[in-house]
Design a binder for this molecule. Sequence first.
Ligand SMILES: [Zn+2]
Length: 134
Amino acid sequence: MEKIRYFCPNCWEEVLKDTKICPYCGADIEKMEREGTYLDKLINALKSNDYFTARSAVYILGEIGDPKAIDALSICIEEGDPYIAAEAVIAIAKIKGVRALDLIEKAKGHQYVTVRRAAFEAEKILKNREGEES
Ligand SMILES: [Zn+2]
């Protein structure tokens, strides 16, 4: 199993998986997860001007795998910085589903080669995961 990294959605410091209160900024991570604001915060962070924040958010959204993030991630692919767009393609592969397949297929024709490469990588991830499940 690959190790999943977690980040505080308030200050973006890396925290351990079951952290309830962020040791860096004191944010109540457990409460944010319970109230569903964690996902919203991550989706909002995709628009951050801070490269690290936006990229971390893309990564975590892929790990969480909630299909609600797909729309926001597809906007990242269209409008984002090419590296963030590439990361978003991979995140979408982790979320899976019919829309993921379509978006990955579309990303193969993306204007940036980094994103096109990520699309082929994402396709492999999708195929591997399908193999694991059947
Ligand atoms: Zn924090």
